[in-house]
Design a protein around this ligand. Structure first.
Ligand code: ARG
Length: 459
């Protein structure tokens, strides 16, 4: 029996049910739907629409539904269109006539908007917690590797040596912004739509403020039309996850490069690598590649939802049912990537010798030579040209740069000392720079921020 059997006769065509049913994917909302129904029932009690016994009967029935869902004994019926229908049907089976009062003053429109916010809230908190775990691993590894340095790149060409800790924390900074964004999103989505009804509110004495408080929302909706049609929070969560995914894809890409024989900067732990079905010698960085690859799918979920929302008239339209699968998928996928990538980075072995050898090419300190000249009064543009000329000479005549520097009338032996292995990176002393001093300061601030962010999301 459909929810609208009073109005429409003869039953719904099976193709229509197949098209419109959302139960296959929205059953994940069961805990959120039950929380919403409990709050709604208590609100009806406060408004005097249900008496105390009715409230108690409905709450007991909702508890039983929860237990059945948790133990896997809940039997879905063929015409349960969505999780709301399934729960209401079962509550009515258990509670008898009172069950028919559960949906008083409520529409599935405000119900789904509420369920989805409660789901989004718990998912965003969990994802933010997982990002913090990954930040923690990056910070721990950054502390461990101490003075290890590697080439910093621009255009994927070696540019200047940087501490490995600095490189790891660069990714950490992006992730910290992701957490910040997720927390902002939580603040904006902290509004309960329950009590908006189908679109216009109700003639019954509902208690949207009390219901909002019981569901842990700071506020209730201001406008019922907006309450049932607003999916900004879904779009924001999808954006936050997409950008987080983009950040993870950049880490992934570097790990793919770093684990090649050509780079050889890292060795993956066997548990976080995969083999080949044909080539016995292979050890593949599939985790890093999937971190890179999933970002495309996450972007697709975001753009798909934005296209669904574009041009929708107020208020609820069934198109809005298309908000769920992208949201659930992005949440599921980012959790998978975060967990695997965190494990990979926790166990990865850095090859300090390979990294440092790559960074020790003498030209990597070229800018230090120029700056050495600047300190002695040479305008930077001239200093740049002098050193550039020496580098070019060294390459064309196959003479080590250090020899040319030593022989140079202004540069000489002191300046040549800058080209010794490991020296250049120590010369990055400005705040936020890649040398030991600023990186230590950054590590300390990062640890404090991590702690503060954990408190912000309560995990
Ligand atoms: N499954 C629906 C959704 O996800 C629930 C709301 C249905 N509302 C309606 N008026 N048909 O949006």
């Amino acid at each position: 029996m459909t929810l609208w059997h009073g109005r429409l006769g003869g039953g719904t065509a099976s193709e229509v049910m197949a098209l419109s049913a959302s139960l296959p994917f929205d059953r994940i909302l069961a805990p959120d739907d039950l929380a919403g129904s409990r709050a709604h029932v208590r609100g009806l009690g406060r408004g005097g629409i249900l008496d105390e016994t009715e409230v108690a009967t409905l709450i007991t029935a909702l508890d039983q539904v929860e237990a059945e869902l948790a133990s896997g004994t809940f039997a879905f019926a063929e015409d349960d269109e969505d999780i709301h229908t399934a729960v209401e049907r079962r509550v009515t089976e258990i509670a008898g006539e009172v069950g028919a009062k559960l949906h008083t003053g409520r529409s599935r429109n405000d119900q789904i908007a509420t369920d989805l916010r409660v789901y989004a809230r718990r998912s965003v908190r969990e994802i933010a917690g997982m990002v913090l775990d990954l930040e923690d691993v990056l910070a721990t590894r950054a502390r461990e590797v101490g003075a290890v340095y590697l080439p910093g790149y621009t255009h994927l060409q070696r540019a200047q040596p940087v501490l490995l800790a600095h490189h790891l924390l660069a990714h950490g900074q992006a992730l910290a912004r992701d957490v910040d964004r997720l927390v902002d999103t939580l603040v904006r989505m902290d509004v309960s739509p329950l009590g908006a009804g189908a679109l216009a509110g109700s003639s019954l004495p509902l208690d949207p403020d009390g219901v909002a408080a019981e569901l842990g929302f700071t506020a209730r909706f201001e406008n019922s039309l907006d309450a049932v049609s607003d999916r900004d929070f879904v779009a924001e969560v999808l954006f936050d996850i997409a950008l987080l995914g983009v950040h993870l894809s950049r880490i992934g890409e570097e790990l793919v490069l770093w684990s090649t024989d050509e780079f050889g900067f890292v060795v993956l732990d066997d548990a976080y690598a995969t083999g080949s079905s044909m080539l016995p010698q292979k050890k593949n960085p599939d985790v890093a590649e999937l971190a890179r690859g999933k970002a495309g799918r996450l972007l697709g979920n975001l753009t798909g939802l934005m296209a669904t929302l574009k041009g929708l008239p107020l208020a609820y339209n069934r198109d809005l049912q298309e908000d769920k699968e992208p949201l659930f998928d992005s949440v599921d996928q980012i959790r998978l990537v975060l967990a695997a990538l965190t494990g990979l980075l926790r166990t990865i072995v850095f090859d300090a010798d390979r990294m440092q050898a790559a960074a020790d090419s003498s030209a990597a300190a070229a800018v230090d030579l120029a700056e050495w000249l600047v300190e002695r009064g040479v305008p930077f543009r001239q200093a740049h040209a002098i050193v550039g000329g020496l580098v070019r000479d060294s390459m064309e005549r196959h003479v080590p740069l250090s020899e040319l520097v030593e022989a140079h009338p202004v540069l000489g032996t002191d300046a040549a000392g800058l080209l010794a292995p490991g020296v250049a990176v120590t010369r990055r002393t400005t705040p936020g720079g890649a040398g030991p001093g600023p990186v230590q300061a950054q590590l300390d601030r990062f640890a404090r921020r991590l702690q503060r962010d954990r408190e912000r999301i309560g995990m």
